[in-house]
Design a protein around this ligand. Structure first.
Ligand SMILES: *Cc1c(COP(=O)(O)O)cnc(C)c1O
Length: 369
């Protein structure tokens, strides 16, 4: 019985293996492991791809959120509004910046994206940032959040870790706010061969601050204007990212075709709630997330059949031990909480075959009994 992984990194690697090997040979020949010219090259390629002025390569996506916030002057005493339905890093990075995360529920419309009305309701005199997460590969409605941010003098910082190449009303996710953060964790739509990330902004001043913060608070060697961190994009990773970026549009198209095929295959299964795409969105399907009854049992049966289904995310942030201090018990965010019990991510990657998808759906069907 052939197993079907949630993501297939081997297939992706095969497509860029030669290019990466040649690029790495050049890095090895020059030993420019830190800040080699390949880093600046990737930064400008990615900025052009997103359509923003600046891309600052960083060590990972979590640092990117923290550094974007700090570069915008967010710190202790400031509140940042973010969705409870996201990877924990979004909230963790706010804390690392010294600010206070304020969680809100996700919309009850099948998108699982941040609820704009809940953001309105969570605004206080201390709100300094709104952090929408472009979850599962589609953009949150940033054009509805920007007016709120502007009205209260806050900034919009996008968590674009799951949305490389996604567009909203023609604009790229990552270019919809004052700054954005993205992750090149291997399983993301654009993935490195280890940890990597980037912060994006259209502002020269903010970009300058991002570059200082990621480099020990220094614009020039041994001059330190503030206490920064060490968070650099490795030259070796930049080589991988440049090679993969050239194929990202094709890969995203492959994911889109696979998502459309799941939509068709699942249409006959009444128990399965399919994902919904917000009007105006060009989705890049980082994950294909359905809702099913008796999810844990269904997941067990899929896994027993060798199908790498997953859950994103099984425990909402406010119910983790790490954020118990927020004092928000079960029942605080009912949409997110119900989703955490029913969501199921099906295998999805550019190279998945029709036969593999048919097998996923047939096992799913029998698991639903
Ligand atoms: C992956 C991810 C991050 C964190 O990125 P790392 O590179 O793993 O630090 C942050 N937010 C979201 C929504 C993510 O999916």
């Amino acid at each position: 019985m052939n197993s079907i992984p949630l993501v297939d990194l081997a297939a992706q690697h095969a497509a860029v293996a030669r290019e990466v090997a040649e690029g790495w040979q050049q890095v090895l020949a020059t030993c420019a492991f830190i800040d080699g010219p390949q880093v600046a090259a990737f930064e400008s390629e990615y900025a052009a791809f997103i359509g923003t002025r600046h891309c600052v390569g960083l060590a990972n996506g979590t640092d990117a959120i923290e550094i974007a916030l700090r570069a915008l002057g967010i710190g202790p005493g400031d509140e940042c509004i973010l969705p409870a339905n996201t990877f924990i890093a979004t909230a963790g990075a706010v804390c690392r910046a010294g600010a206070t995360p304020v969680l809100v529920d996700c919309a009850d419309d099948g998108t699982y994206l941040i609820d704009v009305a809940a953001v309105e309701a969570a605004v206080t005199a201390r709100t300094r940032a709104i952090i929408p997460v472009h979850l599962y590969g589609q953009a949150a409605p940033a054009e509805r959040l920007m007016p709120i941010a502007e009205r209260i003098g806050a900034v919009l910082v996008e968590d674009a870790a799951q949305s490389q190449g996604a567009r909203r009303n023609g604009m790229a996710a990552g270019a919809l706010g004052h700054a954005a953060a993205t992750s090149f964790y291997p399983g993301k739509n654009l993935g490195a061969y280890g940890d990597a990330g980037a912060a994006l902004t259209g502002s020269d001043d903010v970009a300058t601050r991002m570059r200082m913060i990621k480099n020990h608070g220094s614009a020039r060697k041994y001059e330190h204007q503030l206490v920064g961190v060490n968070s650099r994009l490795d030259t070796l990773q930049a080589v991988v990212l440049s090679a993969k970026l050239r194929r990202l549009a094709d890969w995203n198209a492959g994911r889109r075709a696979a998502a459309a095929r799941y939509d068709t295959l699942l249409a006959e299964l009444d128990e399965v709630a399919r994902p919904r795409t917000l009007d105006g969105n060009e989705h890049v399907w980082h994950l294909y997330v359905v809702r099913v009854p008796d999810r844990d049992q269904v997941l067990k049966e899929l896994q027993a059949a060798g199908i790498g289904a997953g859950i994103h995310y099984p425990v909402p942030i406010h119910l983790t031990e790490a954020f118990a201090g927020l004092g928000q018990p079960e029942g605080t965010f009912p949409v997110t909480e119900q989703a955490s019990r029913e969501l199921l991510s099906l295998p999805l990657f550019a190279e998945i075959t029709a036969a593999q998808q048919e097998r996923v759906v047939s096992v799913l069907k029998s698991a639903l009994g």
